[in-house]
Design a protein around this ligand. Structure first.
Ligand code: FAD
Length: 117
């Protein structure tokens, strides 16, 4: 049982990292196609998330708080908010979303136009 809980927590940490890093790298001014891609990604992420009870709780959250895909800052703030909803349910500390700025840096700066080498 402990093993299962540890695996579930590890999966969760990895999943949140991918999600928040994706939002932190989303365009400031996305095209409609990019916004739709992010919306689909989030809904499919929920649908295919390997922990079944997590996925069904997350599905309820997506109904209550539809993904915000209009910009990088909107997506990042939304991700922080829904993660905090999960934190609250699991009785974990709230994360201060004002501090999300550079927290999720994937080291991919080279991809940015202005830093092309
Ligand atoms: P995590 O919650 O995994 O967070 C990892 C790190 O992210 C933290 O250490 C902190 O640095 C940072 N962080 C914390 N809060 C925020 C925030 N709001 N915004 C940005 N960064 C933040 N587990 C269950 O037992 N039951 C569930 O129903 C469940 N549902 C889940 C649904 C989803 C979609 C996901 C991705 C995970 C779910 N989990 C669930 C796993 C759970 O959320 C945690 O990942 C797991 O319990 C490990 O928690 P942790 O304390 O290590 O930190």
């Amino acid at each position: 049982k402990l093993g299962n809980e540890t695996a579930k927590a590890e999966l969760g940490r990895a999943a949140w990292k991918v999600l928040h890093t994706t939002f932190a790298r989303f365009p400031d001014k996305p095209t409609q196609d990019e916004s739709e891609a992010l919306r689909s990604y989030i809904h499919l992420f929920q649908r295919l998330y390997p922990c079944g009870d997590c996925a069904s709780h997350f599905g309820e959250l997506l109904k209550k708080f539809p993904p915000q895909v209009s910009s990088r800052s909107a997506a990042a703030a939304w991700g922080c908010h829904v993660h905090n909803q999960v934190n609250k349910r699991l009785k974990k500390d709230m994360f201060d979303c004002a501090n999300i700025g550079d927290f999720y840096d994937c080291g991919c700066a080279k991809d940015e136009k202005e830093e092309k080498d």
